[in-house]
Design a protein around this ligand. Structure first.
Ligand code: ZN
Length: 196
């Protein structure tokens, strides 16, 4: 923890080297991209994309799961998606899964999650259940199909569907390899993930 505290203490000095960039953030935000990915510490959206403050609206959930719509009660995830689309008017949404994902791996391997009931219940949103090679530690195949499921899920949100129909919004499926630093993107024509 201490290195993080030390950096937070000196961060203001780093900001002072870019005074105009940080000063304009006081006037609001207008990110063009909603980036949905896993809570996994190895996935750092700004590091992967080179995004600066104000560039990405981010949603990180266990297993980058988009909860189903309609929902029985409001969720933070749905609120984040709705705000990004309706208020901020993002033009692109990226769902980025990653290799070696613990959440998807638990589903593929059918792990016993009774000790973590909140995780177990959250992962019930992952329908259809991701399928893939049980012996593949990267669970690549399962994560990639899981990403496509979340893109379909997004389409069920009325605010997303409306803007997709109007040509104001694009959806992207990415797969990030944590051990390689490489990003693959879903190619609709071939229905495969290819290097960006
Ligand atoms: Zn993950």
């Amino acid at each position: 923890m201490q290195p993080l505290i030390d950096n937070a203490r000196s961060f203001r000095e780093q900001c002072a080297e870019r005074p105009e960039e940080f000063a304009r953030l006081a006037h609001g935000q207008s990110p063009h991209v909603l980036f949905i990915t896993c809570s996994d510490s190895r996935v750092v959206p700004a590091l992967i994309t080179g995004a600066r403050p104000g560039d990405l609206f981010e949603l990180q959930t266990a297993g980058n799961i988009v909860p189903p719509y309609p929902f029985q009660q409001p969720t933070g995830e749905a609120a984040t998606i709705e705000y990004a689309v309706e208020v901020l008017g993002v033009t692109d949404i990226v769902v980025c899964g990653h290799s070696h994902c613990g959440a998807v791996g638990a589903l593929v391997r059918g792990e016993d999650l009774t000790a973590v009931p909140a995780v177990r219940d959250w992962l019930t949103h992952a329908t259809p259940r991701p399928q893939g090679e049980v012996d593949d530690p990267a669970v690549a195949e399962a994560v990639q199909s899981h990403v496509l499921t979340q893109l379909l899920r997004l389409r069920s949100y009325p605010c997303v569907d409306k803007r997709l129909t109007g040509g104001q919004l694009r959806l992207h499926g990415w797969f990030y390899e944590v051990h390689m630093g490489s990003v693959l993107a879903h190619d609709a024509q071939s229905d495969t993930f290819k290097a960006l």
